[in-house]
Design a protein around this ligand. Structure first.
Ligand SMILES: Nc1nc2c(ncn2[C@@H]2O[C@H](COP(=O)(O)OP(=O)(O)OP(=O)(O)O)[C@@H](O)[C@H]2O)c(=O)[nH]1
Length: 263
């Protein structure tokens, strides 16, 4: 059977990234409370393709993924990237693993438990000079406007905000990266907000979070500065990007702010 992918291409045009995307796959990630958590990821795997190759070997991406049975951590991802380099004879390999992470949240007064979902993404890259890993968590929170509260006789406009925190951690002497839990980044975002979000609130809880938000008004600028302050003080973090988008309740548009920083 002819191997078309192995034919030569004569146009002299290398391809930066080629591979598979939107591959839905069951994964297992580390969970601070329960050791591990099962989820379903949307995965993209790719490699670079030198100009003289007609095509990459797409089936091998899935073969490599299958060998790891969905075990997705900052320790297994470099191994997957190295295997992709070898199986696909590639210089550069990339992986993006996007998945929902669920946290049991206890309501502030009744302690009623409910699950809140957080969009997360592990991204990894490996090339001839080294490797890179980043973790991103998008944390929905409440923000209540300081200006609205100050100028109004009563009430203040408030809304849901999505705080996206993407971090890179310090590389240790053994070549692995310092570890940061998803839960830690969720807490950092919630510390900067007017109030956290919950899935289950009884009336005493609703009263609590309503007054909690009113007592802690924050601009979108305060949200990102609060996160930045905490991450800058964390020696494990060597780079971060924090971006908050407020789905403004008084406008038909959003407010946003972003800080990028490296140590
Ligand atoms: N490079 C490339 N492959 C494609 C494209 N469309 C489909 N394919 C894939 O080509 C794959 C088969 O090629 P290979 O992965 O090389 O399969 P193979 O040659 O049997 O396996 P190896 O011996 O490991 O190379 C199929 O799984 C298709 O998904 C495309 O546009 N480009």
């Amino acid at each position: 059977m002819k191997d078309v992918q192995n034919l030569e291409d004569t146009r002299g045009i290398p391809i930066d990234r080629v591979g598979v995307s939107d591959l839905r796959y069951p994964i297992v990630v580390l969970d601070q409370e329960n050791q591990e958590q099962h989820s379903v990821a949307n995965i993209a795997l790719s490699v670079d393709l030198p100009h003289h190759f007609k095509g990459t070997h797409m089936s091998r991406f899935v073969e490599v993924l299958n060998r790891h049975h969905g075990d997705m951590t900052m320790r297994t991802i470099p191994v997957i990237l190295a295997e992709l380099q070898e199986r696909l004879e590639a210089e550069q390999t990339h992986i993006d693993v996007s998945f929902p992470y669920f946290l049991i949240k206890k309501a502030p007064v009744t302690q009623s438990e409910g699950l809140v979902d957080y969009d997360c993404c592990f991204s990894g890259e490996m090339n001839g000079t080294g490797s890179d890993f980043s973790l991103e968590v998008i944390v929905p929170v409440t923000s209540l406007c300081p200006c609205s509260k100050e100028i109004s006789s009563y009430g203040a406009h408030n809304q849901r905000s999505r705080v996206a925190i993407k971090v890179r951690t310090r590389k240790k002497p053994d070549g692995t990266w310092d570890f940061v839990w998803i839960e830690e980044l969720i807490r950092v975002a919630e510390h900067s907000a007017s109030a956290p979000l919950y899935s289950l609130l009884k009336r005493p809880d609703e009263k609590f979070v309503t007054e909690q938000a009113y007592d802690k008004p924050v601009f979108v600028e305060d949200l990102v500065r609060g996160v930045a302050t905490e991450l800058m003080a964390d020696e494990r973090i060597v780079w971060f990007r924090v971006r908050s988008v407020n789905e403004e309740s008084i406008h038909n548009h959003n407010a946003f702010a972003e800080i990028r920083w490296s140590r």
